[in-house]
Design a protein around this ligand. Structure first.
Ligand code: ADP
Ligand code: MG
Length: 425
């Protein structure tokens, strides 16, 4: 689903009130009765004003009429929820314009936005259920289990949880984006000027980068946490350049930090002493699936994260660590040691109930399973009978992260006279 902001500017104050009323009504009604919308929106103009707004909102697909319902009513669409969130970020003066979509994750859309000073930020819009929606059977099974109409709610939980962990990790000194604000199913955070490790073809010192990543996993464990999706898409590799003059004196990258000499200065080998130092710094993202080291399946999650890094380093950088592990049982002994503050209760501290945590975990697991099945099917059809071992030129996995609706992605933005940015007023 794309975020089309063109309609935003046409909405009146009344329209916003009515949209907010539909959202409010959604808490107790899947199909919000029109009479309730009238009551909740408290418009001075009365019913006729409300009807006018409803038709404007329906035209923009922000609300939708529930077909075959027993009574006249509307439901909020994902588009409506997007707008309410965007409107709130705008009112907080955090977002002024919306730029292009830079990423389509399995369960999210990633947009570049900017505030009125032109500072670029990242808006992550959670879209849990995106994959399940397409698999009719999976969705039907899910609905049967009493989760009807709750994908929006689950996406909001994902955003709440991710925001809370980003804040806690950041406060603890982990390198993660700075969380700026959260509204509904969206999070606003700083834009990291870095590529996902997935897009890096080679590094000068894989052993050192590997050591850094394992150190991050172990440090998380010490704080009681497992990332749960520690893969090459969720690790951004930032290049920090230290001018040669400084690198020899003031800046001493830690022993376990990957350093490289920049290619440009490498070629001018006449002055090796003045070469800039480039340090590769991993920045970790994507936290809705974080689990506690006390989780019943903690060992599986921990081992999976470790295996993911090992597999990637072997395939991409042809690097295999000489040391086995790290092992869960050793990491478990370090939880809370050396004064490490436990962060695994972070979600609870932010208002998460056990039920919310469970619902979210279940939904994420279902989405992951479906995504894997989809990737498997795709691979089978593509490489039927062939060795499907990945290499750098094989972009198959990248495709898996893409949405099928990509053809119509940028059209909306281009219609605006080729402008990538759209203002929100
Ligand atoms: P998902 O949960 O859908 O996987 P992610 O949070 O992992 O979403 O983001 C998807 C992609 O968007 C990432 O792989 C990365 O390329 C990009 N991205 C996400 N957050 C940022 C950020 N703060 N700065 C720069 N790029 C980002
Ligand atoms: Mg991700």
């Amino acid at each position: 689903m794309k975020l089309d902001t063109r309609v935003l500017r046409h909405l009146t104050q009344e329209d916003w009130k009515v949209l907010a009323a539909v959202e409010q009504g959604t808490k107790n009604h899947e199909n919000v009765p029109t009479v309730l919308i009238e009551k909740l929106s408290r418009l001075k103009g009365g019913a006729s004003g409300v009807h006018k707004s409803i038709s404007a909102l329906a035209k923009a697909s922000l609300v939708a009429k529930t077909l075959h319902a027993k009574y006249d009513g509307y439901r909020l669409t994902y588009g409506g929820l997007d707008y309410l969130a965007l409107h709130q970020h705008a009112q907080r003066k955090q977002v002024y314009s919306v730029g292009s979509r830079i990423g389509v994750g399995k369960e999210s859309d990633i947009m570049v936005v900017a505030d009125d000073a032109g500072v670029q930020k990242v808006l992550k819009i959670h879209r849990l259920g995106r994959i399940s929606f397409r698999t009719v059977k999976a969705n039907r099974d899910y609905l049967k289990s009493g989760q009807a109409g709750s994908w929006m709610y689950l996406s909001q939980l994902a955003a709440m949880k991710e925001f809370a962990f980003m804040r806690a990790l950041r406060d603890e000194g982990f390198l993660v984006p700075e969380p700026i604000s959260q509204s509904r199913h969206t999070i606003l955070m700083t834009l990291i000027d870095a590529l996902p490790m997935r897009q890096i073809s080679m590094v000068p010192d894989p052993a050192s980068l590997y050591a850094d990543l394992i150190a991050i996993l172990l440090r998380l464990a010490q704080h009681g946490l497992i990332h749960g999706d520690f893969n090459e898409f969720n690790i951004l590799i930032k290049e920090e350049r230290t001018p040669a003059a400084l690198s020899t004196s003031t800046s001493t990258p830690s022993a376990s930090t990957s350093t490289a000499t920049s290619t440009s200065t490498q070629t001018s080998s006449a002055q090796p002493a003045t070469a800039d130092q480039i340090t590769l710094v991993p920045v970790i993202i994507d936290f809705p699936q974080m689990v506690s080291m006390d989780h019943v399946n903690a060992e599986m999650y921990f081992d999976r994260d470790v295996a993911c890094i090992k597999r990637f380093f072997k395939r991409r950088f042809h690097f295999t660590a000489t040391q086995p592990g790290p092992f869960f049982k050793d990491a478990k002994k370090t939880v809370g040691k050396d004064g490490a503050r436990r962060l695994d209760a972070t979600a609870e501290a932010s208002g998460f109930t056990k039920k919310m945590a469970k619902d979210l975990e279940r939904a994420i697991a279902l989405e992951k399973k479906l995504a894997e099945e989809k990737a498997e099917l795709k691979k089978e059809s593509k490489y039927f009978g062939a060795d499907s071992d990945e290499d750098f030129h094989d972009d198959d996995d990248d495709d898996d992260q893409e949405e099928d609706d990509s053809e119509d992605d940028d059209e909306a933005e281009e219609e605006e006279g080729g402008q990538a940015k759209q203002q929100l007023d």
